[in-house]
Design a protein around this ligand. Sequence first.
Ligand code: OSB
Ligand code: MG
Length: 369
Amino acid sequence: MIRIERATLSLVELPLVAPFVTSFGEERMRTALLLSLAADGLTGWGECVADRGPWYSAETTDTARHVILDFALPFLAGKGISHPTDVPRLLAPIRGHPMAKATVEAALWDLHAQREGKPLAAVLGGTQDRVPSGVSVGIQPDIATLISRVAAYVAAGYQRVKLKVKPGWDLEPVAAVREQFPDLPLSVDANAAYTLDRAPHLAELDRFGLLMVEQPLAYDDLVGHARLAGTLRTPLCLDESISSPHRAWEALELGACRIINVKQGRIGGLSAVLAVHDLARARGVPLWCGGMLETGIGRAVNVALASLPGFTLPHDISATDRYYEEDIALPPFRLEEGWVRVPQRPGLGVEVDLARLHRFTEAAWAWRP
Ligand code: OSB
Ligand code: MG
């Protein structure tokens, strides 16, 4: 049984090494809500992937704080939690808010793994001791800058490059990168910037031999993605659309995607990841772990889930130095010939540097049952 004795939420702002530009906006700082749960002399950590504004998802750091403090923690406090996989059932009365729920569940998995004396990857059922690392390259001011960015990442050893695209920044930059790097495993991510009437334009991407096109259409448009899939040779991958295991099932039933980008925050927690993993494996659907520019806390969770056997494609799990000069969790994740090693210490396998945490904290909230 896990009994939560105390919780602290910290809102941190970490400067990124370079601005990250997508079809929905530019980020210079990563805002993250970090949850620590105290139980039985141990501390478990969870990172909420919601951003300040409702651009990538409807949730924000403020809605997540509200749901965590006013609903999720009070719901769990009254009940004995025998295993973190109980959490989805205990939090089922709360509709939506997958990122808020996932934050609490992640901290409970960390506590659970520490109590078992095992790394998070092991308690999840991970089988890989290192995971293939890819890099997501934001929209650049011009093509020359893009090429030099990609060249640096390729030289560092990243196994796959994903280019952010949007209308007006798509065929030209992709053609330029493909010309310079004919054999590079390459994909694109539109973050929902297109509409189905652009299907003929999107089909032009077929000539670049991309691994996948990620989330071309609106987050709530599974039928549109299924129609688009019929007009492209390149496999579609969904990110924003897959907000729960049930939605993953619907997408696969409809033929809306052939690949799934798994983010534990977006689909509501690590138990939901395990459910999607089972579903995808049964159908032979490849998975990879997406990223939300996480700090070392969220990155440790991502590396652990990416070690599951159904995760077979390179992930948006890059080295810490691709995001931050100073991360709040140590040691940093490093790129070793294109791979990131799965931590072997109990729990998340990273240590939160409390001095740094305080230095980057804008606000904090304490909670007791
Ligand atoms: O769509 O995958 C995305 C970052 C923030 C929000 C959405 C996305 C991303 C990325 C970055 O692509 C992935 C990473 O953390 O390296
Ligand atoms: Mg994406």
